[in-house]
Design a binder for this molecule. Structure first.
Ligand SMILES: [Cu+2]
Length: 90
């Protein structure tokens, strides 16, 4: 099972769908954000604890590798800190 990879897609449409992503600890993971509309102010994704801040061009996928060595909850939010989601590693 150690060669498995977890891949999750979050659709950004004024908010995050899903807004809670669960990952299994110890298995390499990547999260892909895809913004599909101009709605809201979610054109930038920020995962502060993971050192990620990236502009999300419309209809383009942005994929980030997530280190799952440590269990915990990591919040992500828009560039203005108004829309929220979280990554839960357990
Ligand atoms: Cu915002």
């Amino acid at each position: 099972m150690t060669d498995k990879k977890q891949s999750i897609m979050v659709i950004v449409d004024g908010g995050y769908h899903p807004d809670a992503v669960e990952l299994i600890k110890g298995i390499p993971a990547e999260i892909t954000f895809k913004r599909i509309s101009e709605k809201g102010c979610v054109d930038t994704i920020v995962l502060p604890e993971l050192g990620i801040k990236r502009f999300l061009p419309i209809n383009e996928q942005q994929t980030f590798s997530i280190n799952t060595d440590k269990a915990g909850e990591y919040q992500f939010h828009c560039g203005m800190d108004m829309a929220y989601g979280k990554v839960v590693i357990k």
